[in-house]
Design a protein around this ligand. Structure first.
Ligand code: ZN
Length: 631
């Protein structure tokens, strides 16, 4: 229960009594309390002395006649995090929690943002033909996220043990089934040996370093450097949520496989409303890292792990995640993905569980979600669980660059031309009916975002929300620039809605927005991309052919335009504003503490650990002190 509600209850209890006195009627029920007017706790409404009178006021007369020691300084605002019930005079120390909204574009590196931003500018009539007619460095423009005041580049590297980024330094807990192929439990974390780090000599001083576009090497720069020991979504989301570097595949656990306190836990401890939304399955790495603590992202649910103790899986953590008010994503086992992400036995348990309001793919799904969210009381109501998914994919329907949903239900990899399932099985439907059904039965990521804001906006303690676009990453894995642009734009619509909401709900003093990526993919635009995307559709460019007509290549080399299908260690952008943003501003090039050791910073960059610290400070309500992450 929030403090404000407690206050309202007290006022309601006092109300009838005050009425009696005003009407000068005889009190019908005696009111117990201290009736001694010289006592510090004298109660003017009390009609019968209950022996609780305190004589502090009397004792002060012995100390000093000038000083009234009944004055106690502190924070007197009942809504403040450090409200002092004994304080009688406000000393200006009140800390107010900020609402924090973390938005993660999975795989949304600097070049992915620029691709969508330039595409949008071209569609809006910008006549430039070359990249240099738009932008070649820094924050750029063309997307709502680029209108935020703060911008930095962020390192995303993982830990490494004995040459593998998947090894942990697990302790013998006797419970978690080990992830590591060998036992490294006697090794102490050493920042010099156990971090991949980022080398600016080899990887560039900025994500837009011009040497990435020269298509040849230089003496020190290595265009392949960023592909080595690349990060993954579980490890990077875990760092954003918990503030510690960890191994690939880790979900909410650190290098020693110990569960870590996450931003969800901080917010939950503060009694705040909690929301998570993703356009990929709720058990997928990024959303899972907000609520689960398991040592492998592959432990989706009991049926997807072969040898494990019961409960050591992501969905079990979701089931018992305290304080999670609204969770929206895909993975509905009734769609074609079946039991893979959310086992149907869990669905049955959610359906019969009064602690959950279950929403599934159904006609009018966006409106149903909206009304459920708007009527939701985060202090008392059951958790809203929305499980969706398109007919032919594991994620929400793909909109594509032009917003037509033309690709929805296709296989994504288009490098060999139109996929064989282009003539997808519509059943009795026309293509138009099929697309209309997909849109009608799934909320968009922006609609999911609105639902979290609606469900949480009346919580007196504020809220913490994580919103992820997982299909930016999936478009990258498929080397599909059309799906990529559509996915970044769908994500940006959600960002736009959050910015609008913040401006109407307390502004940047009471809210903090952090828009970032968990990791990069390897995409390079050619200089004539703007001209090509104007005269050909993005779908034409995605289906490619030769490099002269693609306007882009995946990987470091024009000679192999589909050379990369995976992540890189190139630092990613962060766009941010409000709350404790100054902590991010102050962290450029700075180090941080992890596992009791000091980790040096990288010149010109912040790390995901710093983003965590700034958000944690905002949730605590104290921007002046950088929180300590205990090892
Ligand atoms: Zn990925």
């Amino acid at each position: 229960m929030g403090r404000s509600i407690a206050l309202i209850l007290v006022l309601m209890m006092l109300g009838p009594m005050a009425g009696c006195i005003n009407e000068e009627a005889e009190p019908i029920i005696p009111k117990l309390g201290c009736t001694d007017s010289t006592a510090s706790n004298f109660d003017p409404n009390a009609t019968e002395n209950d022996g609780t009178c305190l004589s502090e006021n009397v004792s002060t007369t012995f100390e000093s006649e000038d000083e009234d020691l009944s004055v106690s300084e502190g924070c007197t605002d009942i809504n403040a995090r450090n409200f002092d019930v004994n304080a009688t005079e406000d000393d200006g120390s009140c800390n107010f929690s900020k609402n924090v909204i973390l938005m993660i574009g999975d795989g949304m590196g600097w070049e992915m943002v620029r691709t969508a931003a330039i595409y949008n500018q071209v569609m809006e009539g910008n006549q430039g033909n070359l990249l240099s007619d738009f932008y070649t460095e820094g924050k750029g423009s063309g997307l709502a996220m680029q209108e935020l005041s703060g911008f930095q580049s962020v390192t995303t590297y993982s830990t490494i043990v004995d040459g593998s980024t998947r090894n942990s330094l697990r302790e013998d807990t006797g419970s978690n089934v080990p992830t590591a192929s060998e036992d490294y439990r006697d090794i102490e974390f050493d920042p010099r040996n156990n971090l991949v780090r980022y080398n600016i000599e080899l990887g560039g001083t900025t994500p837009w370093d011009s040497r990435y576009f020269l298509n040849n090497g230089s003496t020190s720069f290595d265009p392949m450097y960023i592909t080595e020991d690349d990060p993954d979504s579980a490890q990077t989301a875990t760092t954003l949520m918990t503030g510690v570097k960890t191994f690939k595949g880790a979900v909410g656990v650190g290098l020693y496989e110990r569960p870590r306190s996450s931003l969800n836990n901080v917010a939950s401890d503060n009694g705040m409303c909690l929301g998570v939304a993703s356009n990929v399955p709720i058990t997928h790495a990024t959303p899972a890292s907000t609520y689960a603590k398991v040592n492998s992202r592959d432990r989706l649910h009991w049926d997807s792990i072969s040898s494990s103790r019961a409960g050591d899986d992501i969905l079990s953590w979701f089931n018992q995640a305290n304080g999670l008010d609204i969770m929206l994503g895909t993975g509905n086992p009734n769609t074609h993905v079946g039991d893979h992400y959310v086992h149907s036995s869990y669905l049955d348990s959610f359906e019969s569980n009064e602690n959950h309001t279950l929403l599934l793919n159904s006609p009018g799904a966006p409106d149903l979600l909206k009304s459920a969210a708007q009527s939701h009381d985060s202090e008392t109501d059951a958790r809203i669980l929305g499980l969706y998914g398109s007919i032919g994919q594991a994620n929400l329907p793909y909109s594509g660059a032009n917003g037509s949903f033309e690709q929805s239900g296709w296989g994504l990899n288009l490098k060999n031309g139109p996929p064989s399932d282009r003539t997808r099985d519509y059943g009795p439907m026309t293509k138009e009916e099929y697309i209309a059904k997909e849109i009608d039965e799934n909320p968009s990521l922006a609609e999911m975002t609105d639902a979290i804001l609606d469900a949480c906006d009346e919580d007196n303690q504020g809220f913490f929300a994580t919103i992820e676009s997982g299909d930016i990453d999936w478009a990258g894995h498929s080397n599909n620039i059309d799906a990529l642009i559509g996915a970044v734009n769908d994500f940006d619509k959600a960002v736009e809605n959050v910015i609008k909401w913040i401006n109407e709900n307390g502004g940047w003093e009471r809210n903090m927005l952090v828009v970032t990526a968990d990791h990069d993919h390897y995409l390079t635009l050619t200089d004539d991309f703007p001209n090509l995307v104007r005269s050909n559709s993005a779908l034409d460019l995605a289906m490619g052919g030769d490099i002269e007509h693609m306007g882009h290549y995946w990987g470091p080399s024009k000679s192999d335009p589909y050379g990369s299908q995976s992540h890189t260690n190139r630092p990613v952008p962060v766009f941010y504003q409000g709350g404790c943003s100054q902590i991010i501003n102050q962290s450029v090039g700075e180090g941080f503490d992890n596992y009791g050791q000091y980790v040096g910073g990288v010149s010109g960059f912040v790390d995901q650990v710093h983003l965590h610290l700034a958000m944690r400070a905002a949730l605590i309500g104290d921007c002046l002190h950088i929180p300590v992450v205990y090892g």
